[in-house]
Design a protein around this ligand. Sequence first.
Ligand code: GLN
Length: 532
Amino acid sequence: MPKYIFVTGGVISSLGKGIASASIGKLLESMGLKITLIKCDPYINVDPGTMNPFQHGEVYVTDDGAETDLDLGHYERFTNAVVGKDNNITSGKVYFSVICKERKGEFLGATVQVVPHITDEIKSQIKKASTGKKLDVVIVEIGGTVGDIESLPFLEAVRQMTLELGRCNAINIHLTLVPYIKSAQEIKTKPTQHSVGKLREIGIQPDILLCRSEKNLSKEIKAKIALFCNVNQDAVIGALDMETIYEIPLIYQKEGLGKLILDLLGLKKTNGELKEWKCGVIDRMRNATKVTTIAVVGKYITLQDSYKSIYEALTHGGIANDTKLQIIKIESEEITKHGAEKSLKDVQGILVPGGFGHRGIEGKIEAIKYARENNIPFLGICLGMQTAVIEFARNVCGMANANSTEFNKKTPYPIISLLEEQKKIKNKGGTMRLGAYGCQIKKGTKSFSAYKKEEISERHRHRYEFNNKYRKIMEAKGIIFSGINPQKNLVEIIELKDHPWFVACQFHPEFKSKPDRAHPLFREFVKAARNK
Ligand code: GLN
């Protein structure tokens, strides 16, 4: 049976519990342990797939086709864990399951209650994610901030599991904020004391405190936190703000977190090495001298989290090409208002990401036209590919008003149309073409020089697709259909013959990029941009 680490957060939201959990995972893997990670989200949606990116940020898609919280992206980027539908547990999923069981009569005679029925379901879903996987440690991140009403059943389940498994098999790590107050020139420990007090009211005594802080914590401060929060002094870990998130595992290692966890869980001590991570990721990031400017033209631009994996994958492309990246975020409606030239004249690469709905489409099309006509390296993703072929149809093939039927049902040229299997689907939750599908790459193309193989697998999240009726006409005008799904003959990648680097894909390559293994398309896109 695996050991469990429960990660909770206190004081404020956005402290980076996801990155903290992923970094703990990285640290344990470096010590030879096999791990997985689970995210518990207290909202009632069954999954985040039906939420607007402004509400939730990016929806991260796994190989098995689950639409999940963006923290699962951090888990896969930092560690070798392959996460899927069982690794994201929401209140909605838990309640849905309990209510279905109640209707079937599985609790016949009983009053169905939060404790024990909901908490038992949470515990069983947490255990299910590791069943049959021969894991050493499961890291369970509890979303929300201690003190929220919503996350109480999850915390109660954590309390019960900690008790049932025993101290050597389950530990609690609490991520908290230790603010520096400028006017007093002092570091304040009170918010952490209150947060731990709140946790103890619920019955959870943290074993380790990860203290986010902009200043180094002195010995005295650590001793004070330890005394008031009832933890050992060496269990007060300073989590200093870092320039890049990928440095966090190194900070934790320096603070002795890996050894401490192994001690508490009674696991054999090994000396963790993060040498490759340090040389291959951190040093390369620091030593890069060039700067490459990439514009991301999207419609949820004001929220950093909306395109999380895309920004990360671009960073990975920068690491692979020894260049720093300056990412310019452009709201596509701005391009409709002021023209593409104004926003894009100084950039070295243009990326158009995925999205849904009509707003912002015309601005994306103008940005793509600008990239095509001015030989600026271009990467289109999902809706970015769909708008790229619409632009080509309109402006190169002379098909005025060409469009996707998602935006104009009556377009004379439905270049993008609903996937056949989608036509009968009514429900919105979890019903897109989701998850990993195979793709055959044409030799001699830019896609082939990126992947260096003919068969690949990539993750999808869409309902609309290139309309094969237009393949021949567009090919004659200079589009190369360089990636095709062989089972359904669907267009997966397009590129342009007469352009230095113009590639667009129906799938989401950003979900499979890692800091030390940049995704081939991001690597080659950033390379083309860097060399421009
Ligand atoms: N809205 C488009 C579709 O459903 C694109 C989706 C996306 O970009 N993820 O096909």
